[in-house]
Design a protein around this ligand. Structure first.
Ligand SMILES: [Zn+2]
Length: 247
C-alpha cells in the first residue's frame, strides 16, 4: 500500500475514481448510440404501456433521481431483457413483454433495473475496477504517459456493460420491490415474474439472471420480503396508487 501511494503521489495521490455524473455522460452516449443503431418499436400501444409502467416507477423516486430527465426506449428484439443506465436511461426489449405478463410483472423488472441506478451499482463496479487496475495506469501516467483519461473512459464504458455482482442483484431485488409497491404494483407478481424468467431462461441469460446464484434462491428471498412489502403495497393503494397501464 505504501508503495502504491508513492506511485500515486506522483499523480497527486488520488485514485482515478470517476463520479456518477461522468458515468451518466458515458451512459447517455451509449444509450444514444443504441437508440440510433437498434430497431426501436413504433407500436404506439406497446410504447404507451411500457412508458406508463416506467413512469409509475420513476414517480416513486426521491431526489436526485426524481429530478433526472428519464429517457425510455423500447427496442424491437425477441430478448426478455431490460436495463437502466446511470443518468436515467431505460431500455426495454419487446421480448420481455412475453415473459412479464402484466403491468405488475413489468413493474417488478423496471423497479429492479431502476434500483441499479439509484444504488449506483455501475459507479461501484467502475470504481472497483479502477481501484484494482488503476494503480499501474497511474504509474505510467506519472512517468509521462497521457492515457489516464482514455483508460478511465474505457473502464467507465466497460463498467456500464459489465454484469452486476451477486450482492448488487440482491440489493436491486429488494430496493426494486420497494419501488414497485410504492407505485401500486402487486409484489406477489414479482415471484411469478422470476418463475417465468426461469422457465424462459434459454440461451444467453438476461441481465437480471446472469449473476444471481439461482432463480430458486432469488424467489425464496423475494418471498421473505413479501409480508412487509404487502403492507407497504396496501398503504400505497389506499393512498391512491393504482396504475392502470394495461397491457
Ligand atoms: Zn440486475
Amino acid at each position: 500500500m505504501i508503495g502504491a501511494c508513492m506511485v500515486l503521489a506522483l499523480a497527486g495521490c488520488s485514485l482515478p475514481l470517476v463520479s456518477e455524473q461522468e458515468i451518466a455522460i458515458q451512459a447517455g452516449e451509449q444509450f444514444e448510440k443504441m437508440s440510433a443503431e437498434l430497431t426501436t418499436s413504433e407500436d404506439t400501444e406497446v410504447r404507451r404501456y411500457v412508458l406508463c409502467v416506467a413512469n409509475a416507477i420513476i414517480a416513486t423516486l426521491q431526489p436526485p433521481y426524481s429530478e433526472l430527465e428519464w429517457d425510455i426506449e423500447i427496442f424491437s428484439a425477441d430478448v426478455a431483457n431490460a436495463f437502466a443506465m446511470p443518468g436515467g436511461k431505460i431500455g426495454v426489449y419487446t421480448g420481455l413483454l412475453k415473459v412479464a405478463e402484466n403491468q405488475d410483472q413489468l413493474g417488478a423488472v423496471l423497479g429492479h433495473e431502476v434500483a441499479h441506478v439509484t444504488e449506483q451499482h455501475s459507479l461501484e463496479r467502475v470504481n472497483r475496477t479502477l481501484t484494482t487496475q488503476g494503480i499501474a495506469t497511474l504509474g505510467s501516467v506519472a512517468l509521462g504517459g497521457g492515457a489516464a483519461g482514455e483508460v478511465v473512459q474505457g473502464v467507465a464504458q466497460y463498467g456500464i456493460l459489465l454484469p452486476y455482482g451477486r450482492g448488487q442483484e440482491s440489493e436491486a431485488d429488494i430496493v426494486g420491490l420497494g419501488y414497485m409497491v410504492d407505485a401500486g404494483f402487486d409484489p406477489r407478481q414479482s415471484v411469478q415474474l422470476w418463475r417465468n424468467m426461469a422457465a424462459n431462461n434459454e440461451g444467453a441469460p438476461p441481465e437480471f439472471m446472469s449473476t444471481h446464484p439461482s432463480s430458486d434462491s432469488r424467489i425464496d428471498d423475494l418471498i421473505r420480503q413479501l409480508p412487509a412489502n404487502l403492507i407497504r403495497y396496501n398503504s400505497a393503494k389506499a393512498a391512491g396508487q393504482r396504475p392502470d397501464c394495461g397491457p
